[in-house]
Design a protein. Structure first.
Length: 215
């Protein structure tokens, strides 16, 4: 199965992608990861991508699509894949179609803006090991200290309410229009994100026709 997973920042795309990946034994193709991998490999596309990153600019669509096309040709993608973080815009979706990548399902996890802000602004991350906690949903054993390494828990700039609101604004302007694009193709599935991760997973698996094991 070839799947695109969409949703606002903080909607839980990464978590659900991992569960689907495990169930179907297919890889997650996360745009940020493959760009970093291309830069690390220092190949021709990686060098071009690095030039954008070093200037603090977004990597251009034509470079991203070429990097993704190369990644999807690898053996582990033969049985399917999950695209997480791409496409983000209509032009990127059109570029994906132009290289004849046939997508089976486009899954959108819908969560209200207020809930997204609540989720992300409450998140705290260990400055040492990167472990994630939440002021409401996942408390550390000792306040403000990581359970794993006792590092200090901090709020990332990306999780500050003002930053989250700006990211949501960009999402609504640039990525949300993909909904109509894929509805017209008959591939769009929308799931209402739940506070309980397993309930969201159950809904997703039901829509995808997969067996969900919560054991």
């Amino acid at each position: 199965m070839k799947i695109i997973i969409l949703g606002a920042p903080g909607a839980g795309k990464g978590t659900q992608a991992e569960l689907i990946s495990k169930s179907l034994s297919i890889p997650i193709i996360a745009t940020g990861n493959i760009i970093r991998e291309a830069i690390k490999n220092n190949d021709e596309l990686g060098k071009i991508a690095k030039a954008f990153v070093d200037l603090g600019k977004l990597v251009s669509d034509d470079i991203i699509i070429e990097i993704i096309e190369n990644r999807l040709q690898k053996e582990d993608c033969k049985g399917g894949f999950i695209l997480d973080g791409f496409p983000r815009t209509i032009p990127q979706a059109q570029a994906l179609d132009s290289i004849k990548i046939e997508i089976d399902k486009v899954l959108n996890i819908k969560v209200t803006d207020d809930e997204i802000i609540k989720r992300m602004s409450g998140r705290r991350v260990c400055e040492k090991c990167g472990s994630s906690y939440h002021l409401e949903f996942k408390h550390p054993l000792v306040e403000n200290l990581c359970d794993n390494c006792q590092g200090a828990l901090i709020q990332r700039k990306d999780d500050h309410p003002d930053t989250v609101k700006e990211r949501l604004k960009v999402y609504h302007q640039q990525t949300e229009p993909l909904k109509d694009y894929y509805i017209k193709q008959g591939k769009f599935i929308e799931i209402q994100g739940q506070n309980d991760v397993s309930k969201t997973t159950e809904l997703i698996f039901e829509k995808l026709g997969l067996q969900y094991d919560n054991s």
